[in-house]
Unconditional design. Sequence first.
Length: 277
Amino acid sequence: MSGIDGNYVFLQLGSRGSESGMVNRIALKCDSISVDTSKNVLAFPVPGSGFLTGESQAVGIDLGMATKTIQLDGVITEQFIQKDFGSGAFGNDDGELTSATDFSHGRNTTNNGSTGYVNVKMSPHEIAQLIHSHVDSSIIQPHQNLNELVFLIPSFVGIDYHYQGSCSISAHTNRKNCEDAGGTWTAIATDANGASALSPTDGKLVPFNWGVRYNGASGNELDNKYTIINTSKFDDPYVTDGDVRGVKGFVRSFNTSFSEQPYITFSLNFEVAITGL
């Protein structure tokens, strides 16, 4: 499990499209990641319940609400920052490259030939400043809007409670799709003894989310039973760098400490939400 260009945690910009690798992404090296899910249930004490039963009671009304946050703590080190601003982003005088590469600007044409592509190495201090400036922006600046967080976790069990594995036909990452296509599925475990020997490195990398495992033509079986709109689904292992889906939201706070060390320590709080309304 090598991650995406060796990265397992990264912020994604609103300008991210179909680019590959770490284009329009910023990698983070985390010592710890804390996930908090706080269910918002309206609870009301029942008047007089203690008189009748000797024990007070409360009634909870579950309206399907929760607050979800992710806390990341770690260090920022130097890294190459890749951004694709689109053709013509550098103006008429600088819009066309005079050669295949123009590293005086950190520019080259490796990203599908885009003349608005940059690939520059930044110091930890610059990256900290970059993230601070992006957090201080809004959703209307797509090249600053950090609206998605991805962190990859090892998974033993796939979307329908079958063990993860590999398909004899490429691009099929779960058992059902593999066998429906006529392929042969080779699972990482076939029985309890095999599963007992599994270690995290035997799993497949999937992006963390709040999705559930499902089955059925409409995806509303297993954990997804009685779900009306079946959009909250556990993810398959990603096939390409470009199809990794993180959790959408916004950076609530970003704190950094500058010292004599050659790295910057940081603390980042990400809140899951639908943005852009």
